[in-house]
Write a protein that binds this ligand. Structure first.
Ligand code: AMP
Ligand code: MG
Length: 425
């Protein structure tokens, strides 16, 4: 990482009176604050392009050749020289040669050359007539219309010009990009190293799958939601398991994690219960920026640092874990990964199909199901069960309904903003 901005320093330098309340941060302010501490990774590695899907380009890529690197035919047909077609058609040309893709001209290029898609246009010829547009006779062709100059010819460099910048630093490589690199003959590429993310669940009642439940215990679902979320972000995920509500063990695990990771994510233990130690431990071994957010679900969310390592303490309730990850951790990890620009989650306007109760002063992310009607208008229904422990609501929903801080109760047919789950990565 380039720089290590200290939370304590920044807080002491800022004019905080109206801006900073670690006990009730607005969603937008919290994001702005966190952004101060996020410096993109600068270590690079060279990898084969077949391993480069979704990696971030770390050095701009300049084309060393033209693509295509020769004028070639876009059709199966006949290459001709339009300059030799005098007067009005029909025209008659002798077929004096033929050429297949990747092969040399056989015969002569004097009049018309039988040519296949991708074959080099013989020097001196300047258009290709598709075979469907000619009448074929024994050794000549006839056709009615004079083709345009360069018709059906793919010109040298029309896809990419030699010297052109193909990708800038910060580009996230998509499947087509791998093909584009290959079309330039490039087999390896410099990318930023992956961000390392260590994560663990906390709670005496939390049991890993594979064990049986005793009364009062619950299976650890958060770690598996996180595994899924991190897989879609192309990071190196370090799973540290489930940690009991023990100050000593949590502290040791956090210290250990901070030595091997760029980001630590924990779930649980950040609210105000008696066994919620994360805030206290963070204050002791690192720094903490805030521990409560004006949002629902997800109020007990903490952000801090342990030396250079970023810490996100997500709430334990399974829906809150996911919502806070999408709204905060996603953007932070993308920034650290070196991707530019960071794709913001688009907000789409949708018509509410049933009323929603809401109090102002906090941002809500309700789970909803949207569909587009015949006119393409988005319509959305909030799910009935909005409890932060009801993970099923995330599976059933296909969008978040974003109820901004200032909003109050919303009537049916009000326009609201939604975030499609499909657009979250
Ligand atoms: P906490 O934030 O630790 O107070 O936990 C809030 C609620 O979320 C409690 O009911 C926990 O049992 C539950 N919870 C915490 N962590 C997990 C987890 N990893 N998987 C499933 N439920 C959890
Ligand atoms: Mg707990």
């Amino acid at each position: 990482m380039k720089k290590n901005v200290s939370i304590t320093d920044l807080i002491s330098k800022s004019n905080l009176e109206h801006d900073y309340d670690p006990n009730a941060m607005s969603v937008e302010k919290a994001k702005t604050w966190i952004a101060n501490f996020l410096s993109p990774v600068d270590q690079k590695e060279t990898i084969h392009i077949k391993d480069a899907l979704h990696r971030i380009v770390a050095e701009s890529v300049i084309a060393a050749i033209h693509v295509p690197n020769h004028d070639n035919s876009a059709m199966d047909g006949y290459a001709i020289n339009t300059d030799t077609l005098n007067g009005d058609g029909p025209y008659r040309l002798q077929v004096t040669g033929k050429i297949f893709a990747g092969n040399q001209l056989e015969g002569d290029k004097k009049e018309a050359v039988r040519i296949m898609t991708g074959a080099t246009i013989p020097l001196g010829l300047n258009a290709v007539i598709p075979q469907e547009h000619v009448e074929i006779h024994e050794n000549f062709i006839t056709f009615k219309t004079k083709p345009q100059l360069n018709q059906n010819i793919r010109r040298i460099g029309e896809d990419i010009q030699s010297g052109q910048t193909v990708f800038q630093c910060g580009r996230k490589l998509e499947p087509c990009d791998l093909g584009l690199l290959a079309s330039l003959g490039i087999d390896s590429i410099k990318v930023y190293r992956r961000i390392k993310v260590a994560f663990f669940s906390t709670g005496d009642e939390i049991i890993s799958i594979g064990n049986s439940l005793s009364p009062g215990q619950v299976f650890d679902s958060n770690r598996y939601s996180l595994i899924g979320l991190l897989k879609s972000l192309e990071v190196e995920a370090i799973d540290l398991g489930v940690i009991p509500d023990s100050k000593k063990i949590i502290e040791d695990t956090l210290k250990e994690a901070s030595e091997m990771a760029d980001v630590i994510i924990t779930t649980g233990g950040v609210s105000v219960g008696e066994a919620d130690y994360m805030k206290e431990i963070l204050k002791k071994i690192g720094e903490i920026l805030f521990w409560k957010i004006s949002m629902k679900p997800g109020r007990p969310l903490a952000y801090g640092k342990i030396s250079c390592c970023h810490y996100f303490g997500l709430p334990g309730n399974p829906v809150s874990t996911m919502v806070t990850f999408y709204q905060f951790v996603r953007e932070a990890i993308l920034t650290l990964s070196g991707q530019t620009p960071i794709p913001k989650i688009p907000l789409i306007k949708a018509k509410l199909l049933s009323p929603i109760k809401k109090i102002p002063g906090r941002t809500e992310f309700q789970r909803g199901i949207y569909a587009q009607d015949d006119e393409g208008i988005f319509k959305v229904s909030p799910l009935k069960d909005q409890g932060s422990g009801i993970l099923r609501s995330m599976s059933e929903a296909n969008c978040f309904i974003v109820l901004h801080e200032h909003m109050t109760h919303l009537e049916k047919d009000t326009w609201v903003d939604i975030q499609l789950f499909d657009s979250l990565f």
